[in-house]
Design a protein around this ligand. Structure first.
Ligand code: PLP
Length: 357
């Protein structure tokens, strides 16, 4: 048998990013929307599929989609980059601005894909830490950035998996800090619509700040794999150099534009989920768990009297799947529950009450 080639060292030691996809009744583990897209949307997508020139490559510049997004954020199409999910946006950022001899700073505990993409792109990871309540104060974040001068700083707001929004002034302070030496501040706002405000308004040609968002969560379109970045034109131009040609398929380009015609339906769902999140937070307050305030569509919780992993397993036995963070540094014994429909949330709460008894 031929000798097997070995992958690059950072990758061969990687097990990859996995969230178990178990066959259960109530799936509250990946922060998806519990609702299907609005009525009429899927039919519009089906009609669009009939008009696509399937024998031709799609519009490489994604002109319509970028124009539609630009209009929504009051920027120019040249200030928009779209990709197959915001994970691909983040990967493109590190392909362009990270890599060998470069570094990226993140504030743990946070979204695990940042460190994974740092490894696969060969970017050195600089780890800042959040406080015990998962908040991040401006002065310690600025200090880390000014000492380490990372090429890229990623701030997740609201932060996954803790739900913590960025503190007042933090984004502006970090933007000034990276701007002082030529770094790039990436705001990952995958859950931005659930929070009171976002940072897209900060993007301009003379600031080193970019904002990443996704259709996966608030738009109920995780299955479509579409994310985007609002950024200065000079940044978008660099990302286009690392994106594969025609990386967005022709139907997806149409789907994104169609979705933007349903802004009101999207907002209405967000409001419903935020109301459910508050209801869930109040219900959890009455149980033997510790929770943290969330500005997203999930809540982090830590059972007070039983090991988190046992609670997770007992919930699975009741056909409820939440996310297990019990072995993640800084999140020991913690579980994260996505806000589902009212029925799903009640089933989760009933199961949790039983399990904690
Ligand atoms: C913080 C954060 N950023 C980015 C993503 C990636 O989302 P997608 O690739 O579906 O757009 C996720 C997905 O869970 C996330 O939690």
């Amino acid at each position: 048998m031929a000798e097997r080639p070995t992958a690059r060292i950072q990758i061969s030691s990687e097990s990859g990013y996995h969230s178990p996809q178990l066959d259960v009744d109530i799936r509250l583990n990946t922060n998806e929307s519990p609702f299907p897209p609005p009525p009429g949307f899927v039919e519009a997508v089906a009609r669009a599929a009939l008009t696509v020139d399937w024998n031709r490559y799609p519009d490489r510049s994604a002109r319509h989609l970028r124009s539609a997004l630009a209009q929504r954020y009051d920027v120019t199409p040249e200030q928009v980059f779209a990709a197959n999910g915001s994970n691909e946006v983040l990967q493109s950022l590190l392909l362009a601005y990270g890599g060998e001899g470069r570094s990226v700073a993140v504030f743990e505990p946070t979204y695990a894909m940042y460190s994974q993409i740092a490894r696969t792109t060969g970017t050195r990871l600089v780890k800042g830490r959040r406080a015990a309540d998962f908040s991040l104060d401006s002065s310690s974040a600025r200090q880390l950035v000014l000492e380490e001068r990372p090429d890229v700083v990623i701030l997740c707001s609201p932060n996954n998996p803790t739900g913590t929004p960025a503190a007042n002034g933090l984004v502006v302070d970090l933007e000034k800090a990276v701007g002082s030496y030529g770094g790039l501040l990436v705001l990952d706002e995958a859950y931005g619509e659930f929070a009171p405000e976002g940072a897209a308004g900060l993007v301009s040609e003379d600031r080193c700040v970019v904002v990443s968002r996704t259709f996966s969560k608030t738009w109920a379109m995780a299955g479509a794999r579409l994310g985007y970045l609002i950024a200065p034109t000079w940044c978008v131009a660099e990302l286009e150099k690392v994106a594969l040609p025609y990386h967005l398929d022709a139907l997806k380009l149409e789907i994104g534009v169609l979705a933007l015609g349903y802004v009101d339906a999207m907002r209405e769902r967000v409001e419903r989920l935020v109301a459910e999140r508050e209801r869930m937070a109040t219900a959890l307050d009455g149980l033997e768990v510790t929770t943290w305030p969330s500005a997203a569509n999930f809540i982090l919780l830590r059972p007070d009297s039983r090991p988190g992993r046992e609670v997770w397993q007992d919930l699975v036995e009741r056909s409820v799947l939440v996310r297990d963070f019990t072995t993640m540094p800084g999140l020991e014994e913690c579980l994260r529950v996505t806000i589902g429909s009212r029925v799903e949330n009640d089933m989760f709460l009933d199961a949790l009450r039983e399990v904690l008894r």
